[in-house]
Design a protein around this ligand. Structure first.
Ligand SMILES: O=P(O)(O)OC[C@H]1O[C@H](O)[C@H](O)[C@@H](O)[C@@H]1O
Length: 264
């Protein structure tokens, strides 16, 4: 039997999604932010900083921030958009999955004023024994077209940065030993992340690009919500739609991401 249950994560209401074989994920309603994914072997796969705020006062550092409607500072709105700092609603749920919804009526007044469009976001999170699946639907429920960018800013847990190898974002294997921040436009095939914790295969549809990020020692020390050598224990590989696309009235776009444990 697989199920969902409501729990508290820090001070945040959250949904625990149980998948088959003991696999589970935790998603806070704040940001529809996945903060934990444990595979059937009992291994946590997602990094979340011990210093992250977990009270809704600022974005969670780690997990899978939902980036919408702008990426980083590439736009006039708030950095990485308002979706990660808004409180979403729990929608449909069932065996091993839950859906989270956000629309303009859910936004804080300042965010609604900053981005005055009618929209509906649905993030679906599905937990299988050795696989996690996301789909993010963006729907234009208004009468006016709007542009948006988006990403699922996934912080993968790794044993040590020195052991990280990434295939599929550039020619040849990519190694990340310290600070790295780069947008790889036009990801055509699956990406494989290897570390001392094994291998994951990442597949994306709708999201055309992938951002690879680690702050490295110096930038990490300047982050108030990251401690000590935590930067050694994650790498972000973010399926992304970087160049804003226009969504017509009544139009919809879906981005998907599947993360699977593979032999490796
Ligand atoms: O600190 P944040 O607003 O969460 O952004 C964290 C990081 O996000 C992306 O990966 C960007 O490419 C980085 O430049 C940025 O530092």
């Amino acid at each position: 039997m697989t199920a969902i249950s409501m729990i508290e994560y820090g001070a945040l209401p959250a949904v625990r999604i149980e998948g088959p074989g003991g696999a589970a994920a935790i998603v806070t309603l704040y940001g529809a932010h996945l903060v934990s994914w444990i595979t059937a072997d009992g291994q946590e796969r997602i990094f979340c900083s011990a210093k992250s705020s977990l009270d809704g006062s600022r974005p969670i550092r780690g997990g899978v921030p939902v980036i919408f409607p702008q990426f980083a500072a590439r736009g006039n709105g708030m950095r990485h958009g308002f979706a990660r700092v808004s409180t979403w609603r729990l929608g449909d749920s069932g065996d091993g999955f839950a859906e989270f919804r956000l629309a303009e009526a859910d936004l804080a007044p300042a965010h609604a004023a900053e981005w005055p469009y009618a929209f509906a976001l649905t993030l679906r999170v599905e937990v299988l024994a050795d696989e996690l699946r996301f789909s993010l639907e963006v729907r234009n429920s208004g009468a006016e077209a709007f542009p948006f960018a988006s990403a699922l800013h996934t912080y993968f847990m790794v044993d040590r940065l020195a052991n990280v190898g990434i295939d599929g974002v550039q020619d040849g294997e990519m190694l990340v030993s310290d600070k790295y921040d780069h947008i790889h436009f036009g990801i055509a095939n699956a990406v494989v992340l290897r570390s001392g914790m094994g291998a994951l295969r990442l597949e994306q549809q709708g999201f055309r690009d992938a951002v690879v990020w680690n702050p490295g020692a110096a930038d990490s020390a300047a982050l108030a919500d990251m401690e000590g050598d935590e930067y050694q224990h994650f790498v972000c590989i973010e399926p992304a739609l970087i160049e804003p696309v226009g969504l017509e009235a009544s139009g919809a776009w879906t981005g998907r991401h599947q993360i699977k444990v593979i032999a490796g």
